[in-house]
Design a protein around this ligand. Structure first.
Ligand code: NAD
Ligand code: 0WE
Length: 258
């Protein structure tokens, strides 16, 4: 049987280590036959990402701090030169200052607000802006970002990240509207809590996992490969009628009212 993403070329942003959701997405896409490029945030993560990327035969591993527009431009310029276009991107990047992820939301400062919204929300719009011309050359494309239920409803402590995810989710809709005529689809995956680097240091994260395990319809936590497979579906022609959507991969937790 032919693979879902045979002949497609994609860019994955947000791999920090093997537990990163971005890495699960990369593995699903590679398994389905896609050719992949990766970015890493800073020199500190370079070797990590190079090691992982080698296991899926990736030839393009590029630096990209999403707050540096010149680095984002360089990535797409290099991919355009190498591939002459692009079929999909996975945006798996978020950051808020740790002081803004503890205590209440009300104390949030302008600087922390700008940081969280800049890294976690605006970066997706910037990527869409720069990636769209490459996707147009291929007759269309698929962009996927990662969000969390705290962007719609209050999750104590998620705070400014919830506000950033709300901005991200609405960006998905406006980008989908703008880019639809170019056959570029834009969607988000809302994942249940997963024990990654970004979850480490979040107080009570283990308790949160337990609550989800006990209450979610599927009575277990979300596995990162489930998010990876949903991303592969969104990159593929199987999802050709879906855009501007948030798809929950959370074992059904979001449907509950209790
Ligand atoms: P992770 O720590 O593995 O990934 C976060 C990534 O963001 C890292 O690779 C980091 O380098 C990158 N990043 C941060 N600031 C950046 C910048 N300025 N420029 C470029 N990259 C930057 O953790 P993860 O859980 O895999 O997070 C990936 C995405 O999934 C995030 O958007 C997160 O909000 C989302 N998400 C996570 C969970 C969860 O429970 N882990 C649940 C739902 C959604
Ligand atoms: O999006 C996230 C977390 C993203 C994140 C994590 C950190 C930790 C380290 C962004 N910025 C930082 N900054 C740091 O300094 N998730 C969906 C995971 C998460 O974080 C929570 C959660 C969940 C779930 C915080 C509070 C409550 C629930």
């Amino acid at each position: 049987m032919s693979k879902l993403l045979e002949g497609k070329k994609g860019l994955i942003l947000g791999v920090a280590n093997k537990r990163s959701i971005a890495w699960s997405i990369a593995q699903s896409a590679a398994r389905e036959g896609a050719e992949l490029a990766f970015t890493y945030q800073g020199e500190r993560l370079k070797e990590n990402v190079e090691g992982l990327a080698a296991t899926v035969n990736s030839k393009h591993i590029l630096p990209c701090d999403v707050t540096q527009e010149s680095q984002v431009e360089d990535v797409f310029q290099k991919l355009d030169a190498a591939w002459g276009g692009l079929d999909f991107i996975a945006h798996c990047v978020a950051f808020a200052k740790s002081e803004d992820l503890e205590g209440g939301y009300t104390k949030t400062k302008k600087d922390g607000f700008d940081t969280a919204l800049g890294v976690s929300a605006y970066s997706f719009t910037l990527l869409a802006q720069k990636a769209a011309p490459l996707m147009e050359k291929r007759g269309g494309g698929s962009m996927v970002t990662l969000t969390y239920l705290g962007g719609e409803r209050v999750m104590p402590g998620y705070n400014i990240m919830g506000v950033a995810k709300a901005a991200l989710e609405n960006s998905v809709k406006y980008l989908a509207y703008d880019l639809g005529p170019k056959n570029i689809r834009v969607n988000a995956i809302s994942a249940g809590p997963i024990n990654t680097l970004a979850a480490r240091g979040i107080s009570n994260f283990t308790d949160m996992l337990k609550i989800v395990r006990e209450k979610a319809p599927l009575r277990r936590n979300t596995e990162p490969d489930e998010v990876g497979d949903t991303a592969a579906f969104l990159f593929s022609q199987l999802s050709r009628g879906i855009t501007g959507e948030v798809i929950y991969v959370d074992c059904g937790y979001n449907i509950l009212a209790i």
